[in-house]
Write a protein that binds this ligand. Structure first.
Ligand code: C5P
Length: 229
């Protein structure tokens, strides 16, 4: 099945976010991350879900003791978020608590494995994990799903290797997407929407190629067409 498009609202105000949503009427999914959340807070997430009527990916990358993550996950359900993120390295009890908190709702818990800003050297010398990033990604993905995550956030280059360890069921959400017509920006290892969809992503997250486009509605349409090819 074709991957669905999530537009990342990496913006600093509710006014800018609403303008971006109105400029891309065909997009049904929007990501609220730390940048917008720390500016606009839960009331905007609620407005996006209830009043504006879009699906919300609330990407707060929760990582805390299980009790706190459980309450934050429950609060995300109450705000109407359909996808939320937790760090896989929070461990079994934390991920199980997040999963339990969303049971009975439509909200799905995604695990973040190793951030793409982390290198093999950072992992070894600063974090103290003595395995290459690629292996840590596979291990975290497998464990996170075993512990209750509904899916993972992954680089498009990791989709196949993650599918090998978790199978076809779990949801895979991939940022690091650049249509052929967009500039790379600071994304070093990206793929096109078509490639990510063909590799088996369920959702692709795209920010600047849409937000900075002179015609965001046309950008959304072009990306959605590629996802269906
Ligand atoms: O503007 P751009 O399309 O690069 O935005 C991609 C979105 O995905 C941003 O919200 C960014 O934080 C997020 N992201 C990413 N690469 C990762 C993880 C998340 O670009 N490895």
């Amino acid at each position: 099945m074709a991957a669905k498009l999530i537009t990342a609202l990496d913006l600093n105000s509710e006014r800018e976010a609403v303008a971006a949503i109105e400029a891309a009427p065909d997009c049904q999914w929007f990501k609220v991350g730390l940048q917008l959340f720390t500016r606009c807070g839960p009331s905007f997430v609620q407005r996006l879900n209830n009043e504006i009527g879009k699906n919300v990916f609330l990407d707060l990358k929760l990582h805390d003791i299980p009790n706190t993550v459980s309450h934050a996950a429950k609060a995300s359900v109450d705000l109407g978020a359909k996808l939320i993120t937790v760090h896989a390295c929070g461990g079994e009890a934390m991920i199980a608590a997040a999963r339990k908190a969303v049971e009975g709702s439509e909200t799905r818990v995604l695990a973040v494995t190793v951030l793409t800003s982390i290198t093999d050297v950072t992992l070894r010398d600063e974090i103290g994990i003595h395995e290459p990033v690629a292996e840590a990604v596979r291990r975290y993905a497998r464990c996170a799903v075993e512990w209750g995550a509904h899916g993972v956030v992954a680089s498009p280059h990791e989709i196949e290797t993650i599918r090998e360890v978790v199978g076809d069921g779990p949801v895979i959400v991939t940022p690091g997407i650049r249509p052929a017509w967009a500039s790379a920006g600071d994304q070093a290892r990206f793929t096109t929407p078509r490639e990510a969809s063909q590799r088996g992503a369920d959702f692709v997250v795209v920010g600047r190629p849409i937000l900075e486009h002179s015609d965001p509605a046309a950008a959304v349409k072009a990306i959605q067409e590629e996802l269906h090819e």
